[in-house]
Design a protein around this ligand. Structure first.
Ligand code: NDP
Length: 246
């Protein structure tokens, strides 16, 4: 087991990529704390992780609320006494062309994707620094590297997550806390299921490996980045995109 007796927090971990990461880390021996805003999905995820034989804490927490995030992190510390791993995965889209994009859609995406990542990283930074060790993985996107028409808000948020990752990595390195990002391409989840069929087939044509990624494809890379196999890697962005962006 790669993560025996570790404690991991996964934001937005009730379904999709976050849930796949939670299950993968649990299989490798980590206890799991998940926060999400989808309560039905939270209880399903809790059962699935318990079935892997690990302790689980689930809590309805909106990552945009710094105070609630802080309370959640304290609950995790009270239950498990430490935090070894944080996966900043909670994310949303509110797509639309720039000229039609309203301020509410801009703010919502920046708040969840970027401010949420800041809130959660800040909340775990002190305990990890005290422990002299930790691993943080931020789920960005290839859209944060190359942009996308109709996703100016999302691209800005994910580009911000990448820049934030590099800064946090530099600040926390002296305390042995690694901070990296994963930039997925197109992964089959509820987030992408809602895309129109013509958009989906246009995307397919741009993927050299000729298939959409799975949540497990991302989870396997997250596992590598939180394991001892990646101790000398920090401030990096690993693309999981079937060769789309080179
Ligand atoms: P999903 O929408 O399937 O899952 C995201 C989860 O996060 C949902 O349960 C959602 O709840 C929850 N969530 C949303 N807002 C908040 C919030 N404020 N606080 C806590 N939890 C929240 O998305 P994916 O699994 O597809 O995506 C996971 C991450 O991967 C996101 O950051 C996304 O941007 C990124 N990504 C995904 C790609 C893809 O192709 N799927 C590609 C590149 C990056 P609810 O739905 O109820 O709001």
């Amino acid at each position: 087991m790669l993560l025996k007796d570790k404690v991991s927090i996964i934001t937005g971990g009730a379904r999709g990529i976050g849930e796949a990461i939670a299950l993968r880390l649990a299989e490798e021996g980590s206890d799991i704390a998940i926060c999400d805003v989808d309560t039905d999905a939270l209880s399903l995820a809790q059962k699935a992780i318990e079935a892997k034989g690990r302790s689980v804490l689930t809590e309805k927490v909106d990552v945009t609320n710094a105070e609630d995030v802080q309370k959640f992190v304290q609950k995790v510390l009270d239950k498990f006494s430490k935090i070894d791993i944080l996966i900043n995965n909670a994310g949303i889209t509110r797509d639309g062309l720039l000229v039609r994009m309203n301020v509410a859609d801009w703010d919502a995406v920046l708040d969840v994707n970027l401010k949420g990542t800041f809130n959660c990283t800040k909340a775990v930074a002190r305990p990890m620094m005290k422990q002299r060790g930790g691993k943080i993985v931020n789920i960005a996107s290839i859209i944060g590297l190359v942009g996308n028409a109709g996703q100016a808000n999302y691209a800005a948020s994910k580009g911000g997550v990448i820049a934030f990752t590099k800064s946090a990595a530099k600040e926390l390195a002296a305390r042995n806390v690694n901070v990296n990002a994963i930039a997925p391409g197109f992964i089959k989840t509820q987030m992408t299921d809602k895309l129109p069929e013509d958009v989906k087939s246009a995307i397919m044509k741009q993927i050299p490996l000729g298939k959409w990624g799975s949540a497990d494809d991302v989870a396997n890379v997250a596992l590598f980045l939180v394991s001892d196999a990646s101790t000398y890697i920090t401030g990096q962005v690993v693309q999981v995109d079937g060769g789309m962006v080179t």
